[in-house]
Design a protein around this ligand. Sequence first.
Ligand code: AMP
Length: 290
Amino acid sequence: MRLILLGPPGSGKGTQAQRLVQRYGILQLSTGEMLRAAVAAQTPVGVQAQDIMASGGLVPDEIVIGIISDRLDQPDAAKGFILDGFPRTVPQAEALDELLKKKRMRLDAVIELRVNESALLQRVETRAAETRARGEQVRPDDTQEVLKKRLASYRELTEPLVHYYSERRKLLTVDGMMTIEHVTREIDRILSAIRAAEAKAAKKMAAARRAGNGAGKGIVARKAGKAARKSAVKKAKPAGKSTQRARKAGKRPSGVTKKAARKVIASSRTRMAGRPKKAAKKLTKRRAKA
Ligand code: AMP
């Protein structure tokens, strides 16, 4: 499983990533953690990053891309990973695409934790108070003033990634304002759907390979796998509130045109032809309910 957790500071990426590590036994790759370790060890990268991090700015792309590239080369990354805090800019996302392509790795999904900003300031204050209570040192960038700067840089440089990954059909958004437990459960649901579709894709690919012969069989198998994976992200998507309301009221969800709805009904009628009357009736009832 290869995932990206996307969300502003304080959205709960780190907490959820740790839970995923325990559940799926994959690596958490947090560029923030790696950079803090480099600062503590005063390596050349650490020395360069120290002041930028303390002021709430972003470390230059080439530094973080280099760190991630080296880390992905290590054998333990082969099992899968969760990227936490990377990518943070469009050039970083493009570089990641290239890296994964070169390493013949495929990204499964990008999970965006959406939260409202006013809650973040409170959350980061709580995090700092808890750290103090444990007798540990508070992060120099966990102050109200620096957080405001980090949020501004998220809005300007990182938020465009929502569009970037949504265009590539990788994005799944989770309401990060729910309790930690609820968010974990929602992520679990998404990942289970992706895993199930992966298994289906592998099965389809194997079947296409078995059935196909000649030069085209590899292409047919790859296409079958790709289509199943795309539908996996689609299926894992939580239905929007308006769609849920429309479904409850038995209405056509907004965004579904009359023409499209009619097409679905027409195609279901075509498929119905040839079925025994009783079976067709049952199917119509089931579809109407859905
Ligand atoms: P985080 O622990 O993810 O909140 O990151 C802490 C700080 O590390 C950020 O405010 C940045 O200064 C730096 N940082 C972490 N990841 C990146 C990244 N992908 N690109 C640039 N700077 C980063």
